[in-house]
Design a protein around this ligand. Structure first.
Ligand code: ZN
Length: 259
């Protein structure tokens, strides 16, 4: 079998060289591991988008029949809950088949930054805690972002040094939270935005900071490449204060980024 494959490859190469022929494949596909390849699984019906002219095949294999070629930038729907070896079940134009994940992307949620964060919360990509360290005071991250999405000020807490008021969340904070998911592809758990008690004069009270305690499903516990990477991403997004395990002994279990 190996021999057969090798000689087949050889003859394909020779004929390509001799004929300068165009490949038999019409659209592009290379189910693989490029950084841009779509990864993970999506519920059936999730909207995805093609990033190139791509073959829509009957089976998840480059040797399967081509049903049609889907143009770049087309909105398609996930048709299988799990990918198969990098191929995604896709419905488009009345047909259901398979597309290589390398040529698919997931469009960012629609709407404002806060609305996008609520969509990420709903899909589990960014979890906004619905309590303030055991308190139900309406100053938790989920309430903060819901208030921001509705155009209201976000609550601060009413214990410790917290000022017990409402504050407009910084748009730079909100857009950076979206970017941490969208561009840097972190999944993270937010424990505090404007709520909870912090040092007096904290950026949290100005609606400019967030704390997170879990990255990509891993609880923060000391200085790791994961925590350093996340802190670097905050800095790259213009954060003016980044505190975490690598630079603060009192931030071994969480990261604080402020804009
Ligand atoms: Zn903090």
């Amino acid at each position: 079998m190996k021999l057969l494959r090798t000689s087949l490859c050889f003859w394909v190469l020779v004929s390509l060289a001799v004929l300068g022929c165009s490949a038999e494949v019409v659209g592009e596909e290379e189910p693989g591991t490029s950084a841009e390849a779509l990864s993970g699984s999506f519920p059936v019906g999730t909207e995805l988008r093609t990033t190139a002219d791509v073959n829509h095949r009957r089976e998840p294999s480059t040797s399967a029949e081509i049903l049609q070629v889907i143009p770049p930038g087309t909105a398609v729907k996930s048709a299988a809950a799990q990918p198969r070896a990098g191929w995604y079940g896709i419905t488009w134009n009345g047909k259901t088949g398979w597309v290589a994940g390398q040529y698919l992307s997931r469009p960012a949620p629609q709407g404002s930054g806060a609305a996008a964060l609520l969509a990420y919360h709903a899909s589990g990509d960014v979890t906004l805690w619905d309590e303030t360290f055991g308190r139900k005071d309406g100053a938790d991250p989920l309430s903060n972002i819901r208030d921001a999405a509705a155009g209201r000020g976000a609550r601060t807490s009413c214990y410790g040094t917290a000022p017990c008021t409402r504050v407009q969340l910084s748009s730079k904070l909100v857009s950076s939270m979206v970017e941490l998911r969208q561009r840097y592809e972190y999944r993270y758990f937010v424990t505090a935005i404007s709520g909870a008690s912090h040092s007096s004069g904290s950026y949290h009270y100005a609606g400019r900071a967030m704390d997170i305690d879990t990255i990509n499903g891993v609880r923060i516990n000391g200085n790791t490449s994961l925590t350093r990477g996340f802190m670097s991403a905050c800095s790259a997004l213009g954060a003016i204060e980044v505190l975490g395990p690598s630079n603060r002994s009192d931030h071994q279990d969480h990261i604080h980024c402020a804009w």
